[in-house]
Design a protein around this ligand. Structure first.
Ligand SMILES: Nc1ncnc2c1ncn2[C@@H]1O[C@H](COP(=O)(O)OP(=O)(O)OP(=O)(O)O)[C@@H](O)[C@H]1O
Ligand SMILES: [Mg+2]
Length: 256
């Protein structure tokens, strides 16, 4: 039985989409079959593979609003072991329709259930808020991975997000576990970054992944090539650390 992992954070721009794409690609290269599902109407997962999200024939929008079978929205991206479900939201009206349908918080869970046995991992990318789509992701998931930047405001917003998760867990998904907190865009040259990493490790102990994702220009450039960083420059520190993360991810026991 596969595992559904939701990558979520209330904060924007922390590396959720970058992690979904590059962790997914590294897991796929290591032989694990992965489906990446874009719950974010920004449609960044498709863009990361240089596809025009809204030009694709089907996506999550069509599954949720038009009730087409999920199998039709699974899109081949030409990589072994890796498929995506793009978001495919074409305008604001459709976005509102999507949010409204997602008021049924168990919708994504029921849509993904039949696919759980077909993949090793189903990884969900969320918008940067605790709206209905993120809540759907948290209700559908077995575990949550939280990307955090090593900067001043992160600890405060992480604390807030963890409190929200506790409430959501109690109310809607008591089985939700921690995959872990992932430090992203780490810059070890900055004293402040090093101090925050130390504080985070002290505060959150083994919930934090040992692997830290460094700030790396190859990671930032990769979407312009329509590829995960591993296929742009396998030897870059970004690619190497996403591989390290994938290995840790596979061997890790989820935390309560
Ligand atoms: N390790 C990294 N090194 C350099 N740049 C990075 C790294 N990770 C992410 N970025 C860049 O930071 C920006 C934000 O990343 P990303 O889009 O993954 O965040 P997000 O949390 O998904 O954002 P949103 O909340 O808007 O969905 C992007 O421009 C991305 O290329
Ligand atoms: Mg994103």
């Amino acid at each position: 039985m596969g595992e559904i992992v939701v990558v979520a954070s209330q904060k924007g721009g922390v590396g959720k989409t970058t992690t979904v794409i590059n962790l997914g690609a590294s897991l796929a290269i290591l032989g694990k079959s992965c489906l990446l599902v874009d719950l974010d109407p920004q449609g960044s997962i498709a863009s990361g593979f240089q596809l025009d999200d809204y030009k694709l024939p089907y996506g999550l929008y069509d599954v949720i609003v038009k009730k087409i079978p999920l199998a039709l929205a699974i899109t081949d991206i030409g990589l072994e072991n890796l498929e995506i479900v793009p978001s495919n939201v074409k305008n604001e009206e459709q976005e509102i329709d999507l949010f409204t349908h997602a008021l049924n918080l168990k919708l994504i869970r029921s849509i993904l259930k039949p696919l759980k046995s077909e993949y090793d991992y189903i990884i969900l990318d969320c918008p940067p808020n605790l709206g209905t789509l993120t809540l759907n992701g948290l209700v559908a998931a077995d575990s949550v991975l939280i990307p955090v930047q090593s900067e001043f405001y992160s600890i405060k917003s992480l604390g807030k997000f963890l409190r929200s998760l506790k409430t959501i867990g109690k109310k809607y998904n008591s089985k939700l576990k921690f995959k872990g907190i992932l430090i992203t865009m780490y810059d070890r040259r900055l004293k402040k970054s090093r101090e925050i990493l130390k504080d985070l490790r002290y505060g959150f102990k083994d919930i934090i992944f040992n692997t830290v994702i460094p700030r790396n220009s190859r990671v930032a450039e990769a979407p312009a090539f329509g590829k995960p960083v591993a296929l742009v420059d396998m030897t870059s520190v970004g690619a190497l650390n996403y591989f390290k993360l994938a290995e840790e991810f596979i061997n890790r026991n989820n935390r309560q």
